[in-house]
Ligand binder design. Sequence first.
Ligand code: CP
Length: 308
Amino acid sequence: LQHLLSLDGLPREILTAILDTAAPFTEVAEREVKKLPILRGKSIFNLFFENSTRTRTTFEIAAKRLSADVINLNISTSSTNKGETLLDTVDNLCAMQADMFVVRHASSGAPYLMADHLRNTGRNDIHVINAGDGRHAHPTQGLLDMYTIRHFKHDFSNLVVAVVGDVLHSRVARSQIAALTTLGVPEVRVIGPKTLLPTGLDKMGCRVFHDMRAGLKDVDVVMMLRLQNERMNGPLLPSAQEFFKVWGLTAEKLALAKADAIVMHPGPMNRGVEIDSEVADGAQAVILPQVTFGIAVRMAVMSMLGRS
Ligand code: CP
């Protein structure tokens, strides 16, 4: 791997190799063993042009566990605010001996622009990891979600997985669906109102449900999504309270899934909008383990890129 920009088109062998590489790193991520010297001497630049709690922090922890030097560019106080372009910023950070960029950007395609620029300027030893671009992709979130499912369910080949909510604006959902179908999940359901689902889901191998109760029946995994208000052009219609009534995951709706179903959410959660606190904090929720596994998965991705 030169860059990790999307999970679309990545073969099952590579996805599995990343999950397998992450497995032993969980001990390092959970601080049961010391740091590893895998990226010693490497400089990793975190460029977060959009807000983040989990992704930015776990990338930083992961890089430090691999002994890399981590530089978090503070975008709000950077010269981006004086009109410097993304590619000029990249050139300047390359002049500071960057080895890897972790980038989140509101514009779909921004990490591709960076990767193309590095290739066109002959800097093929510098890597780009997409930490979320617009509504396009969030590949490491998709990978850590697959790691979580494999951890709790062991085998992808007999699962029914539901992705629920605002799929239209969700880069997470696109990466989840790509990974679930590539890893051989036989039934991927997408549940949501017509206004919040993109077209073409059937071509992506999904079964579409506009009735949440029907869609949740007998599923093994429920993956909730946040309403991406920041990517909507106007106010949410219906209101958040009305959305919760129909599309919020409550204990009563979760009871339709299998008794041992797990509940996932990439975060940040909006309690009382897409998920009820009783479920978010309940015994079936694996939302905080997802965050912890994110460290090991990001260690795996960075170590694999660093070796290539
Ligand atoms: N899941 C996720 O991307 O969370 P953050 O926005 O906090 O990074």
